[in-house]
Design a protein around this ligand. Structure first.
Ligand SMILES: Nc1c(NC[C@H](O)[C@H](O)[C@H](O)CO)[nH]c(=O)[nH]c1=O
Ligand SMILES: CC(=O)[C@@H](O)COP(=O)(O)O
Length: 159
């Protein structure tokens, strides 16, 4: 069963993000998907008051490199990090290892370090599924990730 629209949320429940600074690490694999996710995330951050100069974007070759990129981005005095990737199943089990590796690596960064890392990595059986979730009929997971990043930055500031 497909997910609900990822971009529909109550905008009145989102904290003011004008003083927050975000790092976004973007995989270049399936760039037509990841750039759509990045635009969704960036535009949502801007919509909630984040200054353009407070959004740092780094590109990495593939989703597996998001782990290293996020680790270094955590050192950039940002309130939260978003990692963006698109893993699409091929003929072999490589898909499984990439997805599991990235998931575990990002989880580890959230456990070991203080800066939240938000997981915006699509793991799809088909390219159409990825298209549908990066600005298509199911919305944009980048928008969802930006909302989560603002909420986590706000929570971190309060605790
Ligand atoms: N097949 C996909 C990859 N594979 C590349 C890995 O992420 C990694 O860059 C390589 O194993 C070298 O360490 N990456 C994606 O992001 N999406 C794919 O569909
Ligand atoms: C997720 C991948 O690495 C995948 O695109 C690689 O394709 P294949 O499994 O056909 O080698």
């Amino acid at each position: 069963m497909a997910t609900t629209n990822l971009s529909e949320y109550d905008k009145t429940t989102i904290p003011d993000a004008k003083n927050f600074r975000f790092g976004i690490v973007v995989s270049e694999w399936n760039t037509h998907i990841t750039e759509g996710l990045y635009n969704g995330a960036k535009n949502t951050l801007l919509e909630h008051g984040v200054k353009p100069e407070n959004i740092i974007k780094w590109d990495v070759p593939g989703s597996f490199e998001l782990i290293y990129g996020a680790k270094k981005m955590q050192q950039q005095h940002v309130n939260a990090v978003i990692v963006i990737g698109s893993v699409i199943k091929g003929e072999t089990k490589h898909f499984d290892f990439v997805c599991d590796g990235v998931t575990q690596g990002i989880k580890d960064l959230n456990v070991l370090n203080e800066t939240p890392v938000i997981f915006c990595v699509l793991t799809d059986d088909t390219e159409q599924q990825a298209i549908d979730r990066s600005g298509g009929k199911h919305g944009n997971k980048g928008t969802e990730a930006a909302v989560v990043a603002i909420k986590m930055a706000d929570l971190r500031q309060k605790i």
